[in-house]
Ligand binder design. Structure first.
Ligand code: ATP
Ligand code: MG
Length: 444
């Protein structure tokens, strides 16, 4: 089967894989997800594990989270769980929380042709984008609303079998990401599915089916209509899931990166000596490595690295116009952040530290007097230092400076004093005559 665009979903019989013939065991499902599955079932509802949980367990991988599909409506789900919150307008879902774990419970969606096109429950834009999708249906309907065949496998808690309507198992075995239905229609309905295709291809090492690939090359611009808040969430999933390097390369390959970071894409497109790209790649490599070692990662650092090149270019323009380094960093930082939030939002709790990381970069050059001691005390010192290391790794900051700061942290107070006394003076920048004061912009 190459494409399901011409299939009549109503006529498809599922393949049912009984428990002895698949590898999903309840022992590998989180106790919280099992609780949700059983409580729904015991209340008389259908209750399935769906999506990435089933996909990853069948691949022998540890799922990131567990998603549940049911014929209970969101309100019925809420009445069954005290720890439950209904979220989403476009796509209403129940979140059942156990400590830090959230189990996402989605009510089966109805098929489109059975839905009224524009009312409180369901609506489409002129481009074919689904603005709301809250008409409920059966499992047989729900299958066709999912994005990729490998994400449309259902594990039935009532008999422990796996239900496959779309040949998802075969695609799972051969490593293919195939859109369910007609790729153009499905990408128009929700352009974020193109980003999801990239994310899963990078994470699973799957290839994207050529029919979908062709559409991804053509329809990237549809991402321009996606609300910035949703793109921000997607950026975090793309770059903070442990496969950031592969994801970045695929995003660039399909020319989708520019719909997430237009300023960066533009800056990278006329790089001359390679180091801006190298800095981004090194930052992403770092992120992947930290995640592999279970170390924390922060969106502030990620955005600081991804937006550094446009930030640096803008800063240079202001310096050339005679602004002081402090002024140039501040104003360029505000401008770049303000432009970025038109595309992906960036909550203040991340954009402030991002700009602090940038602002602190020039302060590393001041190694005499009290300045280095004060910098060391700065709450954002560690992130800024890591960022400076990155800049030095790609040849943008002197290796000697990075080494000095590494040593400065390691030695005791007395030795610190000696280091400060022996440190080279900061080279004085010759200020050019002021041409114009950079216009200040508002943040976010
Ligand atoms: P992850 O490992 O990232 O959690 P996932 O496949 O579980 O991967 P989720 O975002 O958790 O992804 O979504 C759960 C399931 O819901 C998906 O597997 C898919 O079946 C369905 N789904 C999610 N987003 C979409 C979408 N935009 N369009 C269609 N189906 C979607
Ligand atoms: Mg999931």
């Amino acid at each position: 089967m190459t494409n399901q665009g011409d299939i009549d979903p109503g006529s498809v019989q599922p393949v049912i894989i009984p428990r002895p013939e698949h590898c999903i065991s309840r022992a590998s499902i989180s106790p919280s997800a099992l609780k949700v599955l059983y409580r729904l079932k015991n209340a008389g509802f259908q209750s399935f594990l769906v999506g990435g949980g089933v996909r990853d367990l069948l691949l022998g991988r540890e799922p990131k989270d567990f998603d549940v599909g049911t014929n209970a409506t969101p309100d019925e789900v809420r009445s069954l769980f005290r720890n439950c919150r209904l979220i989403g307008r476009r796509f209403r879902l129940a979140h059942v929380r156990y400590g830090r774990e959230v189990i996402e419970v989605a009510t089966f969606r109805a098929r489109h042709e059975e839905q009224p096109t524009d009312d409180d429950h369901s609506a489409q834009s002129d481009e074919g984008r689904l603005l709301r999708d809250n008409v409920y249906g059966t499992l047989e309907d729900d299958v066709w609303r999912r994005d990729f065949t490998v994400n449309a496998l259902y594990y039935d808690i009532s008999g422990f079998s796996v239900v496959d309507y779309v040949n998802g198992l075969e695609d799972l075995q051969t490593g293919v990401l195939r859109v369910i239905g007609d790729p153009e229609t499905r990408f128009r309905e929700d352009p974020v599915r193109m980003l999801r295709a990239v994310r899963f291809a990078a994470k699973l090492g799957f290839r994207i089916h050529p029919d979908s690939e062709a559409m991804m090359h053509r329809f990237g611009h549809l991402l321009e209509d996606i609300p910035p808040a949703r793109l921000f969430e997607e950026v975090l999933k793309l770059f903070l899931s442990g496969c950031a390097v592969a994801t970045f390369e695929l995003l660039r390959h399909y020319d989708l990166f520019r719909y997430l970071f237009p300023l960066t894409d533009e800056a990278l497109s006329h790089e001359e000596n390679g180091f801006p790209l190298t800095l981004v790649l090194r930052a992403l490599e770092n992120t992947d490595q930290r995640l592999a070692e279970d170390k924390p990662v922060t969106p502030a650092f990620l955005f600081a690295a991804l937006l550094w090149e446009p930030m640096r270019l803008q800063m240079q323009t202001f310096l050339d116009e005679g602004a002081s380094p402090l002024e140039a960093t501040q104003v360029a930082g505000n401008q770049v952040a303000a432009e970025q939030v038109q595309v992906t939002s960036l909550p203040k709790r991340f954009s402030y530290p991002m700009r602090e990381i940038w602002m602190l970069q020039t302060r590393f050059e001041r190694r005499r007097g009290k300045a280095p001691h004060r910098l060391l005390e700065h709450p954002r010192f560690r992130a800024a230092y890591d960022f400076m290391l990155l800049r030095s790794e790609v040849g943008e900051a002197p290796a000697e400076l990075a080494e000095w700061w590494t040593d400065f942290q390691a030695v005791n107070a007395g030795d610190r004093e000696q280091m400060v006394e022996a440190a080279p003076k900061k080279k004085r920048r010759r200020r050019r005559p002021r041409k114009r004061k950079p216009a200040s912009t508002h943040d976010e």
